[in-house]
Design a protein around this ligand. Structure first.
Ligand code: UD1
Ligand code: UDP
Length: 386
């Protein structure tokens, strides 16, 4: 019997992480088969991330350009996806999240009358300026979709309030937890020396000895890349990091810097050369999970990190004013601090000097999933695509 082809479209780092477990689950299906289609919205970071899961795209549209603009990228994805769909005619297209790839691929599939499944449907801030442009991307992808795979009950409620039919919504958990648990399990057997591993990831030797040696000191993991923070927001983030390092003379900072030039420029200009701040290249997922596990806390504007941190028992200070992932805030793991240095410092001080508050915020929780989201998604697809 010829298996039905499902195109899993990925373009950026988080899409790769969240689609990888779904790809693996679909491989086991008796009558469906996954086809990994990369738009190449990210080049290096996508390839690095897929490699962590031993995956390679079945086809790569290779659309990234340096310093790309939203309209150019959207147009390229729409046109290239349309050509690919005409040539391959898959039974369905699966998109993930809220990127340009996810939205434009969903729209191309809609125009081609190919059914769409949206993985991670229903996340909302109800503020189109934050995150920008992601809030619009996901709002547009959901009504296009024949299947809305909502990670939580809250995301289902958001979809219902927008009159998405109840029958099209399936609460599955977030596949990022499948990926995280899989990656942690995979690391268990490894006995790599922490000092060597930190150094291999670009942490300078003196810092590696201090923060990964026999009596490791505390350090903070930082990531940041949101467009609405470009310019002043990023300057503020960098100033906050400098002030944090000054206020706590023992504290280290490890910051894998996103490859977007709007991020690279201010971060390198303001933070390079500090003896306790390590600016490293984006980390492969296996290394990033390892670092998250060892950080005292995390300072980030990332969506995926907000979802992973509760499962690792790591408090996150979220450098945003609003979040489509309020479950972590409700659970107590995440706290919104924006990009204002005063607010970041105030909240960081609590995590540095109040062990009781830290312990409460670091309790293990899984508000975003139990590790079985991919299996639930495949069950729905197997039922609906005979
Ligand atoms: C994109 C997504 C964002 C997601 C983020 C994850 C959109 C509009 N934005 O933001 O939702 O949270 O990815 O990281 O879809 N670059 C490289 N190499 C890479 C990746 C990026 O050089 O591997 C540089 C290029 O100059 C590229 C620029 O970064 O033009 C911006 O990449 P783009 O995907 O457009 O935006 P991100 O800020 O990465
Ligand atoms: N991540 C990674 N390497 C890094 C930084 C982040 O593998 O150097 C992972 C992280 O664990 C999370 C995902 O990338 O799963 C988040 O991606 P990003 O912050 O780029 O995008 P967002 O989630 O904000 O859309």
């Amino acid at each position: 019997m010829n298996k039905k082809i499902l195109a899993l479209v990925v373009g950026t780092r988080p899409e790769a992480i969240k689609m990888a477990p779904l790809y693996r689950a679909l491989e086991k299906s008796p009558h469906l088969t996954p086809y990994l289609l990369s738009t190449g919205q990210h080049r290096e970071m996508l390839q690095q991330t897929l490699a962590a899961f031993d995956l390679r795209p079945d086809a790569d549209l290779a659309l990234m350009q340096a310093n790309q603009t939203l309209p150019e990228l959207t147009g390229r994805v729409l046109v290239a996806m349309t050509g690919w769909l005409a040539a391959h005619q898959p039974a369905a297209v699966l998109v993930q999240g809220d990127t340009t790839t996810a939205f434009a691929a969903a729209l191309a599939a809609f125009y081609a009358r190919v059914p769409v499944g949206h993985v991670e449907a229903g996340l909302r801030t109800y503020d189109f300026s934050a995150p920008w442009p992601e809030e619009m991307n996901r709002r547009l992808a959901d009504p296009i979709s024949r299947w809305c795979f909502a990670p939580t009950e809250l995301s289902r409620a958001n979809l219902l309030s927008e009159r998405i039919p109840a029958a099209d919504i399936h609460v599955t958990g977030n596949t990022v937890i499948d990926a995280l648990l899989w990656m942690r399990e995979r690391q268990r057997g490894l006995t790599a020396n922490p000092l060597e591993r930190a150094a291999r990831c670009g942490v300078p030797e003196a810092m590696a000895a201090r923060y990964f040696g026999e009596t490791p000191r505390r350090w903070v993991l930082v990531t940041g890349h949101r467009r609405e923070s470009f310019g002043d927001g990023f300057e503020d983030i960098c100033r906050a990091i400098l002030r944090l390092a000054e206020a706590h003379p023992d504290l280290g900072v490890i910051y894998p810097v996103h490859l977007n030039p709007h991020v690279q420029e201010p971060v390198r200009r303001l933070l390079a050369g500090h003896p306790r701040i390590a600016l490293v290249a984006p980390l492969g997922y296996e290394d990033f999970v390892w670092f998250m596990d060892r950080a005292h806390f995390i300072l980030s504007d990332s969506g995926g990190v907000q979802e992973e941190a509760p499962s690792l028992g790591k408090p996150v200070l979220v450098m945003r004013t609003t979040t489509e992932r309020p479950e972590g805030v409700t659970a107590g793991t995440s706290r919104l601090v924006g990009t204002d240095p005063e607010a970041i410092l105030r909240e960081a001080d609590v995590l540095m000097s109040d062990p009781a508050a830290y312990a409460t915020r670091a309790a293990l929780r899984n508000p975003y999933g139990d590790g079985n989201a991919s299996r639930r998604i495949v069950e729905v697809l197997e039922r609906d695509i005979p």
